[in-house]
Design a binder for this molecule. Structure first.
Ligand SMILES: *[C@@H]1O[C@H](CO)[C@@H](O)[C@H](O)[C@H]1NC(C)=O
Ligand SMILES: *[C@@H]1O[C@H](CO)[C@@H](O)[C@H](O)[C@H]1NC(C)=O
Ligand SMILES: *[C@@H]1O[C@H](CO)[C@@H](O)[C@H](O)[C@H]1NC(C)=O
Ligand SMILES: *[C@@H]1O[C@H](CO)[C@@H](O)[C@H](O)[C@H]1NC(C)=O
Ligand SMILES: *[C@@H]1O[C@H](CO)[C@@H](O)[C@H](O)[C@H]1NC(C)=O
Ligand SMILES: [Zn+2]
Length: 463
């Protein structure tokens, strides 16, 4: 075991030297185009549960992050926006699928709302990268068709479920190639709605249904690889394939009926499950007192007491009370049946809520695997790949740089190897020293031993 760690340490050192040489090679050509692809609702453990030959091919030639810790709430819009901004939801402002503005009484519905009120709190990478003189593209990614701070990506398409993956991909590769004198796109974000859609309908535990949809997703990754090869982009662009969140199994036996605790006349329900956002009509404290003891599988928070670790408090659009259901529980209003067999939105510390990340291309290490990373770290990583100055964000490159071929990196196994190696060396030196010292005065040994027997501090004397 120790030997293995030491070997790992030595390999780490030699590979970082190789990495520095590789950096030299690529830096002379400038940054390479980057394609970011999201398969919505791809729970991390689908990778172990289902065969995904094309995805395996992709990360065997690149890197795999087995679990990405995403942001609260673990919903589609907040998390897709965190990927392209590096910000927690409270800082980028896309807090939920449904939001409400207490001043203007405007309601936000994900996918239908391009009002700058919701979107102008920051800007995504496809806007920031324009300032580096790049062309960019946003293909059906949440926010693609929104004019953010008066700008959009160079090319974009609003979401339409009737456009196939192949068509979306064809448009994106066309934009990346450019034509003749026109330079191609340097950063493109591409969205696909599966396996999220099927996960909601059938539940993640339905192996037959999920097996079918994940085969389709893997076929799409196969299409991605062959399309990049056909167009000559493969090997000349960097590719990140990731997702926004996972999926939990729900059940009609795990319903939390809100109106058992509070009359629906007393509040407005803005967002429902698994994180309900509530605006009480009268006294918020009184409503809170009823809601906090409503159900053992639901936690109620007043806005100001939402825990720090959720990074979900400091924003004008977080409503006075939020209710968070335990994993697999569904909050309903009385009379409602179970709406979905699978759901997400739950606490982002739950492994079932975590997606994965795979990446390949000239700037990534080959055959590297790591267990975890924060999803807010992807943004500074992408900025590094594109040489774009990152906007203010909550990510760090400390761990993410381990994915890159051009970076020397101290990842966790390497640090452990270093510490153990130094400890082993010190122990060996101490033992050797003791051995030499105990041999030297061999003639007087019996006498010395008699003396030492009287002395409790013999260890100290030997040193
Ligand atoms: C990087 O390239 C420069 C010349 O451009 C060369 O002098 C240097 O040795 C190279 N460094 C490595 C680590 O290959
Ligand atoms: C957007 O452009 C309009 C005019 O087209 C201008 O009045 C407004 O100030 C601009 N907003 C921002 C945020 O730049
Ligand atoms: C996208 O692809 C479709 C065909 O798949 C094509 O009809 C359409 O013109 C393309 N759009 C752009 C903007 O390239
Ligand atoms: C799983 O999904 C299939 C459809 O692919 C459906 O026919 C079957 O009833 C589902 N099984 C369970 C246990 O829900
Ligand atoms: C996240 O980043 C934003 C922008 O820099 C900053 O305002 C905010 O305080 C950060 N959040 C945390 C928890 O550090
Ligand atoms: Zn979903």
């Amino acid at each position: 075991m120790l030997l293995k760690i030491l070997l790992g340490f030595l390999c780490g050192l030699s590979s970082s030297a190789k990495a520095r040489a590789a950096e030299n090679e690529t830096s002379s050509q400038g940054p390479l185009p980057l394609l970011l692809v999201s398969f919505d609702g791809f729970r991390a453990d689908y990778l172990q549960r289902f065969p995904m030959p094309n995805l395996k091919l992709l990360y065997s030639e690149g890197v795999l992050v087995e679990q990405l810790t995403n942001v609260f709430i673990t919903k589609t819009f907040p998390n897709h926006y965190s990927l392209v901004t590096g910000l927690y939801a409270e800082s980028h402002g896309i807090l939920a699928s449904r939001m409400y503005d207490l001043d203007s009484h405007k309601l936000f519905k994900a996918g239908k709302d391009t009002d700058p009120l919701w979107w102008n709190q920051t800007q995504p990478l496809w806007i920031t990268a324009l300032d580096s003189g790049y062309k960019t593209a946003a293909m059906m990614w949440p926010g693609s068709d929104v004019t953010i701070r008066n700008r959009t990506a160079t090319h974009f398409s609003p979401y339409s479920s009737s456009v196939t993956f192949q068509e979306r991909l064809g448009n994106v590769t066309n934009w990346m190639i450019g034509n003749g004198t026109e330079k191609g796109v340097m950063f493109a974000a591409l969205y696909w709605e599966e396996p999220d859609r099927s996960g909601h309908i059938f539940g993640p535990d339905n192996t037959t249904a999920m097996g079918n949809v994940l085969k389709e997703v893997d076929d799409n990754i196969g299409l991605l690889i062959s399309e990049l090869k056909r167009t000559g982009l493969w090997g000349r662009v960097n590719i990140i394939v990731t997702s926004d969140h996972g999926m939990a199994q729900c059940s009609p036996d795990r319903l939390i009926k809100l109106d058992d605790c509070l009359s629906s006349d007393d509040y407005m329900l803005v967002d429902t499950s698994p994180v309900a956002a509530i605006v009480p009509h009268k006294n918020p404290e009184a409503a809170f007192d009823k809601l906090k003891k409503c159900h053992t599988h639901m936690t109620a928070y007043l806005k100001q007491s939402i825990p720090d670790r959720l990074h979900y408090r400091n924003n004008q659009h977080i409503l006075p009370i939020i209710l968070v259901a335990d994993e697999g529980w569904t909050i309903v209003q009385q009379g409602d049946k179970l709406p979905r067999l699978g759901d997400h939105g739950y606490d982002n510390s739950l492994p079932s809520m975590h997606p994965f990340l795979a990446a390949a291309g000239p700037s990534f290490r080959k055959g590297y695997r790591t267990t975890g990373l924060q999803s807010v770290d992807i943004y500074p990583l992408m900025c590094r790949l594109l040489s774009v100055p990152p906007g203010p964000n909550n990510g760090t490159l400390a761990q993410a740089r381990c994915l890159l071929a051009g970076e020397s990196c101290m990842d966790a196994p390497m640090v452990v190897g270093l510490v153990v190696g130094v400890l082993l060396l010190l122990t060996a030196i101490t033992l050797l020293f003791r051995l030499l010292k105990s041999r030297r005065p061999s003639g007087s040994r019996p006498f010395q031993r008699l003396q030492l027997d009287d002395d409790d501090d013999d260890e100290a004397l030997l040193e």
